[in-house]
Design a protein around this ligand. Structure first.
Ligand code: UDX
Length: 436
């Protein structure tokens, strides 16, 4: 099938490339010339494991190409996916900014030829697909098309695997022929028995928000339980196992940490609350999860301060990991972007390292943070080390060496990577999240 992907951000680029890997012929379009030039030259603007090789393979096999020209991409497409950004609105009210979606709808309308499905891939409020349909009909009354919603559930760092082996595919459609065409797009997954949930457009749009909100609630729940564990002297790791083995609860997303971040949970929880408010309803559980997440980051600042003897002023802190999670260079809403400025402001010196995110971090973090070339350089002469992101290369650090090069052997493990007893035996003053 001939597919056009509008937007070569994270979702568009991964999805377009994976469709090409399925065997479809995919054209990815973006307005940013520089990005398209880079992609044409084989340079991938984001870090996502395996993506560079998959792009190269599909380009060389003639199934994937990049252009800025809609006229060159849309007329022959049988399916046009819209995967442009839906950031939180600049007004700061949590609403999703749909400017880019509506602009894309307007721009593609006149180039549609023959029956085409227009699929919203971006995370969009309920009702957006219908607006897209209205815009296209107004712009080009002759256009023969259907709109559909097909939310993505890709995790950064594991996006290709998530795409190729999804738990399910959700398609929101309103006609048999659009359903048929979307099923053709995902045909290779049917062969792997991937369940397809076919539903109304509104249900599909809301399913994405509900999934992310539920996961955000789950993380905030375990983060709050972790705080209770600290107070009563319980161990959240064992507790998470104890509850997670119950099939109704499930063991995933029960890892306490410095709070969830990234491009989805913070933005989508806020947007969902706004959608719900517009209908005169409220989602108190999601509101609480958002509050707990902010409190969690503040609690981490206090944890670090306490481990530094009550004040971070004049202390040197080595920080391992800056991105919101491992295997990505994404700094959007990373807990580090809240926690580190708070420490800097109180007079701490911060020496940080991240395997892939330092370039991005410089744009998100205030000046004054020193970026080090490796983990050990970040730990050297520090009064405390904070393990912020659980990159694999921080999981087997030479701890004896670290203890030797630090000024004070204080290790604050915000991802519970290390075993408390081992750390104690090595002579560290160690603290995790929700463990004794
Ligand atoms: C998420 C959803 O998982 C994905 O389905 C959706 O399409 C996009 O948003 P992503 O943001 O890439 O994906 O990362 P995810 O692995 O879900 O982690 C999000 C945040 O939660 C990270 O900051 C992570 O560190 C944190 N987290 C996750 C925890 O603190 N504990 C956990 O147990 C799991």
């Amino acid at each position: 099938m001939k597919i056009t992907m509008i937007g070569t951000g994270y979702v568009g680029l991964v999805t377009g490339t994976c469709f090409a890997e399925f065997g479809h012929h995919v054209t990815c379009v973006d307005k940013i010339e520089d990005k398209i030039n880079q992609l044409q030259a084989g340079k991938i603007p984001i870090y996502e494991p395996g993506l560079d090789a998959l792009v190269a393979k599909n380009v060389s096999e003639g199934r994937l190409r990049f252009t800025t020209n809609l006229e060159d991409a849309v007329p022959e497409a049988e399916a046009v996916f819209i995967a442009v950004g839906t950031p939180s609105s600049r007004r700061g009210d949590g609403y999703a900014d749909l400017t880019y979606i509506y602009a894309a709808a307007k721009e593609i309308a006149s180039f549609l030829r023959g029956y085409t499905i227009i699929v919203d891939k971006s995370t969009v409020p309920v009702g957006t697909a219908r607006q897209v349909a209205r815009i296209i009909s107004e712009e080009n009354p002759q256009a023969d098309f259907d709109v559909a919603s097909n939310p993505e559930f890709l995790r950064e760092g594991a996006a290709i695997e998530d795409f190729m082996r999804p738990d399910r595919v959700v398609i929101g459609v309103e006609s048999d022929r659009s359903e048929q065409r979307l099923r053709e797009v995902y045909q290779p997954l049917f062969l792997r028995d991937t369940p397809i949930v076919s539903t109304s457009i509104e249900t599909a749009e809301l399913t994405k928000y509900a999934a992310n909100a539920f996961l955000a609630v789950k993380i905030s729940f375990i983060n709050e339980i972790a705080a209770v564990c600290e107070s009563v002297g319980a161990d959240v790791t064992a507790l998470a196992k104890g509850i997670g083995m119950d099939g109704r609860i499930g063991s995933k997303f029960l890892h306490p940490g410095p709070g969830y971040g990234g491009s989805c949970f913070p933005k989508d929880t806020l947007a969902l609350m706004r959608i719900v408010q517009e209908y005169g309803e409220s989602l108190r559980i999601v509101e609480a999860a958002v509050e707990v997440n902010s409190a969690q980051k503040a609690r981490m600042v206090k944890k670090i301060r306490d481990m530094l003897g009550g004040s971070e002023a004049g202390k040197t802190i080595g920080v391992l990991g800056l991105t919101f999670k491992p295997e990505t260079d994404d700094m959007r809403d990373a807990p580090a972007a809240t926690i580190l400025p708070a420490l800097l402001e109180k007079g701490a010196r911060i020496k940080a390292h991240d395997p892939k995110g330092m370039k991005e971090a410089k744009e998100y973090l205030p000046e004054g943070i020193e970026y080090m070339e490796n983990a050990y350089a970040a730990c050297e002469d520090s009064d405390a080390v904070v393990l912020m992101t659980e990159w694999n290369q921080y999981r087997a650090l030479d701890l004896a060496k670290i203890k030797k090069i630090m000024r004070e052997p204080v290790f604050i493990d915000l991802r519970n990577v290390y075993d408390p007893q081992t750390m104690k035996d090595l002579g560290f003053s160690y603290v995790g999240v929700g463990i004794k």
